[in-house]
Ligand binder design. Structure first.
Ligand code: HEC
Ligand code: HEC
Ligand code: HEC
Length: 220
C-alpha cells in the first residue's frame, strides 16, 4: 500500500510541470471526431442508416451493427446477395419491402412458433393535413399491419385516435413518432423518400393557414 501511494505522488509531481505545455496532445481527440463524422451522410448525422452510397448494404461483419468478433456474423448471408431480385427503391437499403410482400416474393411468418397464424391486417388510411405547403401525409395501416402487430404502435408510440398525436418532422428525425422505425428498420427520411409519406396533393385552392396573430392584426 505504502509503495503504491509513493508512486502516485511521484507521478503527479512529474506530470504537473508539463501540463501547461501539453497543447499538442489535446488536439488528438478533435481530429478523431472529425473523421468519424465523415462516415455518415452530412445531411443528418444522427441517423446511422443514412450512410454514404459506397457503404450501403455492407456485409454483416462490416456494417457497424453486427459483432464482427462473433463467428455467427460471418455465416450470415450478405444483403447484396439476399436482396437480389427484389423490387427496388431509391433509398434506405434500396428494397421496396411493401411491393415484395404484395407480389408474393416474400412470405414472412407472422408468428415465430405457429406457421399457420395469419397477420391481423387493417386497411385504414389516416390523412394528416400538413400546415406547410408540402403534400399531406397519408399513414396507411395496411402495409404496416401486414408486417406489425397493433401493439408495436398502440398505445406507446401513438394514441389510437386521429389527430390525437402531435407529429412533426423534427420529432421524426430525432427518432420518435414515425422515426422510431423510419430511418432505423424501415425506409429513412431522404430527399427521395418525402413523397412516400407526403403522398396526398393539396387541393388546387389551398392557401397557407394564417396564424392567430396575423388574423388579429393583418398586414393589409
Ligand atoms: C406503425 C404504427 C401503427 C400500427 C402497427 C397500427 N397503428 Fe393504428 N394508428 C397509427 C397512427 C399513426 C394513427 C393516427 C394517429 C393520429 O392521427 O394522431 C393510428 C390511428 C388508429 C385509430 C384511430 C382511427 C380514427 O379514425 O380515429 C385506430 C382505431 C387504430 N389506429 C387501430 C389500430 C389497430 C386495430 C391496429 C392493428 C390491426 C393498428 N392501429 C396498428 C399507427 C399504427
Ligand atoms: C413500428 C414501426 C413503424 C412506425 C412507428 C411507422 N412505420 Fe411506416 N413502415 C414501417 C415498416 C416496417 C414499413 C414497411 C417497410 C418499408 O417500407 O420500409 C413501413 C412502411 C411505410 C410506408 C410505405 C408504404 C408503401 O406503400 O410503400 C409509409 C407511407 C409509412 N410507412 C409511413 C409512416 C408514417 C407517416 C408513420 C408515422 C405516422 C409511420 N410510417 C410509422 C414501420 C413503421
Ligand atoms: C416517414 C414518413 C415521412 C417522411 C419520409 C417525410 N415526412 Fe414530413 N411529415 C411526416 C408527418 C407524419 C408530418 C406531420 C404532419 C402533421 O402535421 O400531422 C410531417 C410534416 C412535415 C412538414 C410540416 C412541418 C412539420 O415539421 O410538421 C414539412 C415541411 C415536412 N414534413 C417536410 C418533409 C420533407 C421535405 C421530407 C423529405 C425530406 C419529408 N417531410 C419526409 C411524415 C414524413
Amino acid at each position: 500500500m505504502k509503495i503504491k501511494r509513493f508512486f502516485l505522488v511521484a507521478a503527479t509531481a512529474l506530470a504537473l510541470p508539463v501540463a501547461g505545455m501539453n497543447v499538442g496532445a489535446a488536439e488528438q481527440p478533435v481530429k478523431a471526431a472529425k473523421s468519424a463524422k465523415g462516415k455518415v451522410s452530412g445531411a443528418n448525422v444522427f441517423n446511422r442508416l443514412l450512410k454514404k452510397d459506397k457503404q450501403r448494404n455492407a456485409p454483416p461483419s462490416e456494417d457497424g451493427i453486427h459483432d464482427a468478433a462473433n463467428d455467427g456474423t460471418h455465416v450470415l448471408q450478405p444483403p447484396i446477395i439476399a436482396y437480389d431480385g427484389l423490387p427496388t427503391t431509391e433509398f434506405g437499403n434500396y428494397v421496396d419491402w411493401v411491393k415484395a410482400l404484395d407480389t408474393g416474393l416474400l412470405k414472412p411468418r407472422y408468428d415465430r412458433f405457429d406457421p399457420a397464424v395469419e397477420p391481423l391486417v387493417m386497411d385504414l388510411d389516416i390523412v394528416r393535413e400538413v400546415k406547410a405547403s408540402m403534400p399531406d401525409v397519408v399513414f396507411p395501416h395496411k402495409p404496416h399491419t401486414q408486417w406489425l402487430h397493433c401493439s408495436n404502435c398502440h398505445p406507446k408510440i401513438f394514441i389510437p385516435q386521429k389527430n390525437a398525436n402531435v407529429i412533426t418532422m423534427s420529432a421524426i428525425l430525432l427518432g420518435t413518432k414515425c422515426g422510431v422505425c423510419h430511418g432505423k428498420v424501415s425506409f429513412p427520411i431522404t430527399t427521395k423518400s418525402c413523397k412516400v409519406c407526403h403522398s396526398k396533393p393539396k387541393p388546387a385552392n389551398w392557401k397557407p393557414p394564417k396564424s392567430e396573430a396575423s388574423l388579429k392584426t393583418p398586414w393589409r
